[in-house]
Design a protein around this ligand. Structure first.
Ligand SMILES: Nc1ncnc2c1ncn2[C@@H]1O[C@H](COP(=O)(O)OP(=O)(O)OP(=O)(O)O)[C@@H](O)[C@H]1O
Length: 259
């Protein structure tokens, strides 16, 4: 067998009468960076909810290593679109939440969290409150909180979509660096095709429900990657046009379903 860290095996799922997945299978390799792109309403967030154990498949199974994914919080961490920081807790108190929940005392949790502030670009923000930070910084806090769960797999649900264009590019660069240094497996939902191309080893394209498989586009760019590549590389431009075509095609099918 390969070194899949995450496996979705023949999963079927529906919300009431709406069938979302039918016998869907996919595998994510250890330390892979995979982006999921696809039209609105195609089931991207639902896939995350299943991976987090927040929804139960009708049939099939989801596995983290050998272990079946059951219930929330089992080795998979989630960074949502909105940072969901608690406004009345300091940044340090926000990031230690998962450590407190796992049973550490506040003192232990602080000792655990503090050394990571610098590498997450958050030095000096420990006693600040969320409203004092920029959008990009708040997302880094959210990312640090997810990292401190100790999970090997991070699910990022459009984490940069609310940021302005410049902060977004800065955060994409930052995430590239973090992915290299933290050695985690990352799955990113994004609507930004440039972001998907720049960051990923593979891009999975969702289609209109019920989804039986995800189209897969490998990104054959060497690493380390830079922003210049994004602008210059000819193969990147042709990949982008391939992605756009798939995206539009599936989007049209989704729109037709909704009407
Ligand atoms: N709790 C729910 N109950 C019933 N239907 C739901 C529920 N959550 C999502 N759906 C439906 O399931 C389908 C897939 O939703 P999902 O949020 O997974 O799509 P998505 O691809 O993440 O969309 P977006 O890109 O807009 O976030 C949609 O048709 C949505 O309306």
């Amino acid at each position: 067998m390969s070194s899949s860290v995450l496996q979705v095996q023949q999963v079927s799922f529906r919300y009431g009468g709406k069938e979302i997945f039918r016998d869907l299978s996919l595998a994510i390799q250890e330390r892979e960076f995979v982006s999921i792109v696809g039209p609105s309403g195609s089931g991207k967030t639902t896939l995350f909810r299943l991976l987090l154990g927040l929804e139960k498949p009708e049939t099939g199974g989801l596995f983290l290593g050998e272990k079946q994914v059951i219930g929330a919080g089992g080795g998979i961490a989630y960074v949502p679109q909105k940072d969901l920081l608690i406004p009345w807790r300091s940044i340090l108190d926000n990031v230690i939440l998962p450590l407190e929940i796992s049973g550490l005392t506040k003192r232990e949790a602080y000792a655990n969290a503090r050394p990571h502030f610098a590498s997450f670009g958050l030095a000096g923000t420990e006693s600040a409150y969320p409203h004092m930070l920029s959008g990009g910084m708040k997302q880094r806090v959210s990312f640090l909180r997810a990292y401190l769960t100790g999970s090997d797999v991070l699910l990022l649900d459009e984490p940069f979509s609310a940021l302005d264009a410049i902060s977004r590019v800065e955060m994409q660069d930052w995430l590239l660096e973090q992915w290299v240094s933290l050695k985690k497996t990352i799955i990113l939902i994004t609507h930004d095709l440039d972001e998907a191309l720049l960051l990923s080893d593979r891009i999975l394209v969702t289609s209109s429900p019920p989804m039986k498989q995800l189209a897969e586009i490998p990104v054959p760019l060497s690493r380390p990657r830079t922003m210049d590549m994004k602008l210059d590389d000819k193969s990147l431009l042709s990949l982008k046009s391939e992605l756009l075509q798939k995206f539009r095609h599936e989007g049209a099918k989704c729109d037709a379903e909704e009407t």
